[in-house]
Design a protein around this ligand. Sequence first.
Ligand code: ATP
Ligand code: MG
Length: 304
Amino acid sequence: MNSHNRETAITARDLRKTYDKKVDALKHMSLDVRKGEVFTILGPNGAGKTTFLRILCTQLMPTSGEAHILGKSVLSEPEAVRETIAMVPQDAMAYANFTPWDYAYNFCLLRGMDKAKSRKNAEESLKAMLMWDMKDKPCQSMSGGEKRRALIAATLASDAQVMMLDEPTSGLDAIGRRNVWSALRDRAAQGKTIILTTHMMDEAEMVSDRLAIINKGELIIVGTTSEIKKKVPFRYRVIVPESEIDKSKFTEMTKIGDRLVIYLKTDEEAIELVRDMLRKGVQAEAAPVTLEDAFVRLAGGELQ
Ligand SMILES: Nc1ncnc2c1ncn2[C@@H]1O[C@H](COP(=O)(O)OP(=O)(O)OP(=O)(O)O)[C@@H](O)[C@H]1O
Ligand SMILES: [Mg+2]
């Protein structure tokens, strides 16, 4: 992807949010999101992801700092910002007697589209979310994942230049997740800017052009998946039973119950460890380090 000289869609500068004069949910957060990219925010529970998105979508005032969406200030031009964005909140509830069609179609009308365009967009996005055969079913008789897909469909239908989605796929099955990823990639290819949060590393890897890891209200790192993986000074991981291994031979590992994930710098080291294990009759496999390894190391600092 050619990301040079791209215009910026979202700029956040020194954003801070302190709740109740004591909880520092965001500390001087600065970040740029480019037009037409899918940008993912990863971070542990309580890291400040929702706080950040709520400030960007003008639902919450920051304690200090500033953010612009397509050049408009979220502080001094919130109405102008709202015209350019659509948001799927983390804890959004679908209204009981609304149908997916009601959501998507009326959302388009409310945003100023004519009826024909609203119908077209609602149909397209409901089909993309596999909700077309449920379009007239009241949300109260739907499953959790179906309600979530109805809300996502409404946001996709909106044609907003910037779409913000807070954990859009939490509670969705594998097929539902893939449909969301696919729809988000399609929108980005059309020039829309997408910012989302997730806890799923495979999702972040699959859907993002770039991602940010935040923790305790601070930005830890921004980059592509491969740039972030390179921050881990190891290339391979091998999972072994703790009882089968002489730990003193290795410098970096993570304990998961009775198992260890051993991190290794070279393929020779990885192959040697796998061979040792196989000689003992223990199943072991070497794999490249994952985004999750990088995340835990950068956000959790738990690897020793
Ligand atoms: N309305 C509020 N009043 C007081 N504290 C809050 C409020 N909302 C969030 N917080 C606190 O601010 C911090 C950041 O919360 P936030 O919801 O932004 O985290 P998050 O990264 O979205 O977490 P999660 O992954 O669990 O959704 C947390 O410590 C949280 O307890
Ligand atoms: Mg959240």
